[in-house]
Design a protein around this ligand. Structure first.
Ligand code: NAG
Ligand code: NAG
Ligand code: NAG
Ligand code: NAG
Length: 748
């Protein structure tokens, strides 16, 4: 009865519209036939038969000409501004202003984007006998076949909201609609043991349902206002209740908000507004990265989070640690009581058992440490952070103490005049500093140089006597130190050039070497300290540095030689490329990822590669991949390579993966083209046609997803190389990436 009246009410404006003009065209249709279409220009909608929900295009927040297609509340009792969007096609993709959304004659939903001139989302139901679609009264949009079976439904691909009647089961995910890089990392996830988890990225869990571990539980929101986990016989095993549980409320929904909190909302008729009746994390400051890069969270009396920056600020309103590694004047620690700090990029702090005093000292003595937080809940713990991206919270009730490292001041020239004594250097404090200190002392330098000249002379003399003298003089790091004439003779006067500035040679013990001429007037002190650092890098997927030459203005690096040459040779040659079968290519990706991950986080100091590409990945006699040519960023760290960073390596890695998968070395179009093929469900199209036996579709999916994450324009979205390694290994799952090319995303 009521429904029929409703229908009439809805038909009235429809008829009016038809008569008056073409502004709005809501179509009330229990059954939406194949071929039906919604478009931005026509501004039309499909309405559920009770009128509570509509599906159609809506303008995405602040961008004037960008639209998404989705389902929202439409009830007449809810004013337009409060008609919340509850589902969006394709993980919040935004499309241009002449786009359309169509149920094709093949029974597939497609979203055509006028900006890209391509389909950006489909339901993937092309050949599954879909005969029609309908928007149900509970807000579920479903495609059905002739036997009324549901082939696809929006309830199975939730965006950020769950409606009563919608179920959420293992491996499903909710994500906030935000494009802000910090909040786009929040998710609600159900893991294999049926725990609901609120996570930041995939490795930080800041809230978890206290349900019994079980499999096959499903979560749902009841019409009475409870969030429940039920077992297979629909018996609730865990519930949380909204404040208004059992009250008569017409509309409810559960939403993962952009601030990372999960909330249950009820429609309050009297105030004409949505009210939060339950939230997962009581104290908003306990939501990981609540203040993002903008500092420290303090909970206000009204229960909202207030972000402030007690440290030095830099531009863009971001809150950075005041410490820089190259502090000329030493550093001091500033103490902040009742404050807890944690790193965001990366989020993993290293924790050690230690006392309060020692905690402060540990950070002070560690060149990479930026801040430390001491906590004592029974066991005294010190967590050391090595990142400038920090967040945290402060409250008089917190017993944690944080120490923030600061440079003592740029003006402290004369150590005697310094107010606080410079920190004592622990014995582990690097050759770099020692060399720095010694170079200030003329006498020492003079003695060293005398010694060096003497050494060279002696070497030159012995050179004449013995055939292979150099190799009796490896230095303390096991590196062979060569003279320029030795380099010349080992490479037979630079006869065999492998690549630009790279020559093949042979040591007298018959070991093949690759000699790189740096062709640069690099300061000797800097060169030697860089070589020491590089000599310390040992990894099976990184070409070993065997030695070097640093004589007058000659600077050479001597690497081990890899018999099978660099990967670009294989990609470019139609015969050779057959040797790189699918599994080999995936293995190369994985080896390179491990190598770069090691450079970034396995060495004592961060080392960026800076020049990762096919030419710099070489294959040894077993076709095992090794990364080479990584020395420059260390040597030139202060000059032209200062732009080299972990993020750049990650993006270079993304390009390398795409090159290996597609066999195409032109990066200009490659990324957009492969993304388009992938998002439209034609991933296998991108695979290098020359690979015998084609690709493993699961490995391809993983590799493409991680490559697109690596290539995100927004650097903070790119994964760490550790994560990349785990994804390629299959030990970490990876979500579908947003488009990696520029979509003009303004963060907050
Ligand atoms: C569509 O968007 C473009 C900008 O992307 C704008 O120039 C144009 O006027 C818009 N057209 C309509 C019909 O709104
Ligand atoms: C699921 O999450 C819970 C709570 O965080 C954890 O104890 C459990 O080990 C997880 N299960 C799996 C299979 O990851
Ligand atoms: C969970 O469901 C799957 C598929 O429906 C079934 O194979 C499995 O046995 C179930 N597990 C339990 C513990 O009931
Ligand atoms: C709602 O009603 C049910 C059944 O009467 C009861 O078990 C439950 O405790 C009530 N919820 C609240 C929050 O009072």
């Amino acid at each position: 009865m009521i429904r029929r009246e409703y229908l009439c009410l809805l038909m009235l404006p429809l008829l009016l519209c038809v008569f008056i003009g073409f502004l709005l065209h809501p179509v009330v249709a229990a059954v939406i036939p194949l071929g039906s279409k919604l478009s931005v220009l026509d501004n039309d909608y499909w309405v559920s038969s009770n009128g509570d929900f509509v599906i159609g295009f809506f303008n995405t927040s602040d961008e004037p000409n960008q639209y998404s297609v989705g389902i929202r509340f439409n009830s007449k009792s809810i004013p337009y501004s409060q008609q919340k969007v509850v589902w969006v096609a394709g993980a919040h993709v935004a499309v241009g202003n002449v786009s359309y959304f169509q149920l094709t004659l093949d029974g597939e939903l497609v979203l055509f984007d006028s900006l890209q001139g391509a389909t950006t989302w489909t339901s993937g139901t092309g050949n599954r006998s879909v005969v029609s679609a309908s928007l149900h009264d509970n807000g579920n949009f479903a495609l059905i076949d002739r036997e009324q079976n549901i082939i696809w439904q929006s309830f199975d691909t939730p965006s950020d909201t769950l409606l009563p009647g919608q179920t959420f089961s293992a491996y499903q995910i909710l994500r906030p609609a935000s494009k802000n890089p910090i909040s786009s990392y929040y998710s609600l996830y159900m893991n294999a043991s049926s725990y609901l988890q609120l996570r930041w990225k995939s490795n930080i869990t800041y809230w978890v349902s206290e349900s019994p571990s079980a499999s096959n539980l499903t979560a749902s929101l009841t019409t009475s206002g409870a969030l429940q986990l039920v077992d297979q016989s629909f018996k609730p095993v865990w519930s949380v209740f909204g404040e208004d549980h059992n009250d008569t409320v017409n509309y409810r929904f559960l939403k993962l908000d952009a601030d990372g909190n999960l909330r249950l909302y009820s429609w309050i008729e009297a105030s004409q507004s949505w009210r939060s009746v339950w939230q997962a994390v009581e104290n908003q400051c306990k939501v990981f990265a609540t203040c993002g890069e903008r500092g420290i969270c303090v909970l206000t009396a009204s229960g909202s989070a207030d972000c402030s920056c007690p440290f030095e600020k830099t531009e863009n309103d971001k809150c950075f640690v005041p410490y820089e590694q190259d502090c000329k004047s030493g550093s001091t620690m500033q103490t902040y009581k009742n404050m807890y700090l944690y790193g965001i990029y990366p989020p993993d702090d290293s924790v050690v058992i230690s006392s309060l005093q020692r905690c402060q000292q540990l950070c002070l003595n560690d060149l990479d440490c930026t801040v430390a937080t001491f906590t004592n809940d029974g066991s005294p713990q010190c967590s050391i952070k090595k990142t400038e991206y920090l967040s945290g919270y402060a409250d008089p009730s917190i017993s944690s103490v944080s120490f923030v490292k600061k440079c003592s001041g740029p003006f402290a020239v004369n150590p005697d005049l310094m107010k606080s004594p410079p920190p004592k250097l622990p014995p582990s404090l690097c050759v770099r500093c020692l060399i720095g200190a010694s170079s200030g002392t003329f006498l020492i330098v003079a003695i060293l140089q005398l010694g060096f000249v003497f050494y060279i002379c002696k070497r030159k003399n012995s050179n004449r006597k013995e055939a292979n003298p150099a190799f009796t003089y490896p230095d303390s790091k096991g590196l062979v130190v060569l003279s320029f004439s030795e380099i010349k003779s080992l490479t037979e006067d630079f006869k065999n050039q492998i690549r630009s500035n790279m020559f093949k040679g042979m040591l007298p013990n018959n070991c093949l070497i690759a000699v790189k001429d740096l062709n640069a007037s690099i300061e000797e002190r800097k060169f030697r300290s860089a070589v020491v650092k590089m000599g310390n890098i040992h990894h099976k997927n990184i070409v070993k540095l065997e030695g070097y030459c640093c004589e007058l203005n000659h600077r050479f690096l001597v690497y081990e030689y890899a018999k099978n040459g660099s990967v670009d040779k294989y990609i470019d040659d139609s015969t050779l490329c057959r040797k790189l079968i699918w599994s080999k290519r995936i293995e190369i990706c994985s080896s390179v990822a491990k190598a770069i991950s090691y450079l970034h986080s396995g060495c004592r100091e961060f080392v960026s590669h800076g020049n990762l590409k096919c030419e710099n990945v070489i294959l040894d006699e077993n076709f095992e991949a090794k990364v080479t040519d990584f020395g420059f960023t260390i040597i030139n760290s202060e000059a032209s390579y200062c732009s080299a960073s972990a993020e750049k390596d990650v993006a270079d890695f993304g390009n390398l993966v795409l090159t290996l998968l597609t066999g195409c070395r032109d990066h200009e179009e490659l990324c957009e083209w492969t993304y388009k093929e992938w998002i439209e469900g034609r991933a296998s199209n991108v695979v290098d046609k020359r690979i015998d036996g084609g690709a493993d579709s699961e490995e391809l999916e993983r590799a493409l997803r991680i490559a697109f994450w690596c290539l995100q324009t927004e650097e903070l979205r790119r994964p760490s190389m550790c994560e990349v390694v785990r994804v390629l290994d299959g030990t970490l799952s990876v979500d579908p990436p947003p488009p990696p090319f520029a979509l003009e995303e303004n963060d907050t």
